[in-house]
Ligand binder design. Structure first.
Ligand code: CA
Ligand code: CA
Ligand code: CA
Ligand code: CA
Length: 317
């Protein structure tokens, strides 16, 4: 006499073989298989992958399909369910679950979105959660020209116009997120009298930000015509940085110092636009960083001349 279990196995096997989905890969017959919902005895699926659809199973029947790959079993007093898959062999990239050696799984097998086709985290991204959500890492772009630029500033040539200044170009490449969240500018300059100088930064969108305007004098016009200014020397080996929120205004540059930055360690300055058009470095936030920037230096009085040695533009996104 054939047992119900044996019958179920035979039938389940037959059903499985009749399934339309090709055989799966891997798996274990000893775990993870699930039989039909009404089974009192059921075998684990072997090598199964697909989901079976069972209907009409008899109370004592059931069984996972050997080699089960889905399919359906209908009717039949002793019929069992189609095979439900056994456990998979190793992690599957693209299923949304971060398993085994996977660093991420964003539920697809595409690359370039932070989680690669092999479920590794791509350079420049962080990923978290299941399924993984990947976002570009906010990294600063640092663009440098010089040292050794030796860009002469036209002595006593400043008129207020950009074309009266010496300008260094800094090309900023496009990145995943070009939107500016902060900008700072480091300048290595050689000049014997800082009160002559006007520095401006021009963004790719052609927004002109005045970083310093003849420190020491309160100008009425941005044309270099004022006469009372700070002394103080700039040397290339002690660069200064224009950064939002610095404790010292750029207008104070050169106060009680012989060599700026070197003498007193005050090397960071908050931009001060004097009589120039309003705007500071935060004005650039939200613009795209990609493209050609210009750092420009003008000189408004004779006898002390100088040059730009180095410019470092740091852009946070
Ligand atoms: Ca996975
Ligand atoms: Ca992906
Ligand atoms: Ca001034
Ligand atoms: Ca001069």
């Amino acid at each position: 006499m054939r047992s119900a279990f044996a019958a179920a196995l035979l039938l389940a096997s037959a059903c499985a073989n009749g399934g339309t989905i090709p055989p799966g890969d891997g798996g274990s017959s000893s775990s993870e298989g699930s039989g039909a919902t009404t089974s009192s005895s059921g075998g684990g699926g072997e090598n199964g992958t697909g989901a079976g659809v069972a209907s009409g199973g008899a109370p004592t029947s059931g069984g996972g399909g050997a080699m089960g790959n889905g399919g359906s079993a209908n009717g039949g007093a002793t019929s069992g369910g189609g095979g439900m898959g056994g456990s998979m062999q190793g992690p599957v990239c693209g299923d949304g679950q971060t398993e085994g050696a996977e660093e991420c799984d964003d539920q697809d097998t595409g690359s370039g979105d932070g989680c690669s086709s092999t479920c590794t985290i791509e350079s420049g991204f962080t990923c978290a959660g299941e399924p993984s959500v990947c976002t570009p890492v906010a990294t600063d772009q640092v663009i440098t020209v010089g040292p050794g630029l030796n860009l002469s500033i036209p002595d006593n040539g400043y008129s207020g116009a950009i074309n009266s200044m010496a300008c260094a170009t800094l090309n900023v490449p496009s990145v995943a997120n070009n939107t500016i969240s902060a900008v700072e500018v480091e300048v290595g300059a050689i000049h014997g009298y800082v009160g002559d100088l006007v520095f401006k930064l021009v963004s790719p969108a052609n927004t002109v930000i005045t970083l310093v305007s003849r420190p020491g004098g309160t100008e009425l016009l941005d044309d270099g015509s004022e006469l009372i200014f700070n002394g103080g020397e700039l040397v290339a080996s002690s660069p200064i940085t224009f950064v939002t929120g610095a404790a010292t205004s750029a207008e104070q540059m050169g106060v009680n110092t012989s060599v700026i930055c070197l003498d007193n360690g005050i090397c960071d300055f908050a931009p001060n636009n004097g009589a120039a058009a309003a705007g500071n470095l935060t004005t650039l936030n939200g613009q795209s960083a990609a493209g050609a920037w210009k750092f420009c230096a003008g000189d408004s009085a004779g006898s002390d001349a100088g040059s730009i040695d180095k410019v470092v533009l740091t852009i946070a996104h």
